[in-house]
Design a binder for this molecule. Structure first.
Ligand SMILES: Nc1ncnc2c1ncn2[C@@H]1O[C@H](COP(=O)(O)OP(=O)(O)OP(=O)(O)O)[C@@H](O)[C@H]1O
Ligand SMILES: [Mg+2]
Length: 246
């Protein structure tokens, strides 16, 4: 089993949209996938129509006795299950801080999921916190959406520095998000990003079908599979599979 977090310190750059669409693409590819929503906003859970967890969400991360596999809910898609978020996740830092070895505990939680899943994809909040530190220290890879803008690219440096300081060998996999090639700056900065061999080469376009996921409450490929954005997420998934599984 592989664990991949979608995380960056910048908010609103397409983490949740990518997490949901990539989880769907992986599941459609026959990979038994669990999407774990760690963000108290619960947007990934909302997109997949999974109700917030009422009990045990925080404990599923922090307490040895609570098995996250038992709290996972099936989605309407084959091979795709979800661990929903809860607004109580706003206290997750405190709860993790109270446990003696948060990283070990979380690593044990992920290891316990390996019987049932081939991939755990974690949708993380845009914070630098004990939650992100614990995730960064535990997962195999970190997907970082980067809008081709100065500030978004700057946060990639911050993510890399954070992972270099706190990570334990997780691969940082940046990709271009919300690209609008009608904008000269997006063109120029996209080229600059893609000159970096660490970048995944598939760019996710800025597309209204992605925004409309808030209305359809489904991955783009489930409603409009021939749209460029749906194809881009599928291509991005294939690149991730190649990089992470080899
Ligand atoms: N490729 C895209 N094209 C157009 N709009 C997009 C795209 N990706 C995301 N969006 C829109 O941008 C907003 C933020 O996206 P999303 O929630 O995926 O970002 P996020 O990084 O998870 O945000 P947060 O940091 O709040 O968790 C949403 O309104 C979403 O619909
Ligand atoms: Mg999000």
């Amino acid at each position: 089993m592989k664990s991949i977090a979608v995380w960056t310190v910048k908010g609103g750059v397409g983490k949740t949209s990518a997490a949901v669409n990539l989880a769907h693409a992986a599941a459609a590819d026959g990979v038994r996938t669990l999407l774990w929503d760690l963000d108290p906003q619960g947007a990934a859970s909302f997109y997949l129509r999974i109700p917030a967890m009422t009990d045990g969400a925080v404990e599923s991360v922090t307490k040895r006795s609570v098995d996250p596999a038992k709290l996972a809910q099936p989605t309407e898609f084959d091979n795709l299950s979800m661990l929903a978020a809860d607004f109580a996740f706003r206290h997750l830092d405190l709860a993790l801080g109270a446990s003696r070895k948060p990283r070990k505990r979380f690593a044990a939680k992920l290891a316990g999921l390996a019987e049932t899943y081939d991939l755990v994809l974690l949708d993380c909040p845009p914070s630098v916190s004990l939650v992100s530190e614990t995730v960064v220290k535990t997962v195999d890879a970190i997907l970082v959406p980067v809008i081709p803008s100065t500030l978004s690219m700057r946060t990639l440096h911050q993510v890399r520095a954070f992972v270099a300081d706190h990570g334990r060998g997780a691969a940082v996999l940046p990709f271009l998000s919300m690209v609008d090639l009608r904008k000269r700056m997006h063109n120029e900065l996209s080229l600059a990003c893609l000159a970096d061999p660490a970048f995944l080469t598939t760019a996710i376009p800025s597309a209204s079908v992605v925004e409309k996921m808030g209305v359809t409450r489904a991955p783009v490929a489930a409603t409009l599979p021939s749209q460029p954005a749906a194809r881009a997420f599928a291509a991005l998934w294939r690149e991730i599979r190649e990089r992470v599984w080899g």
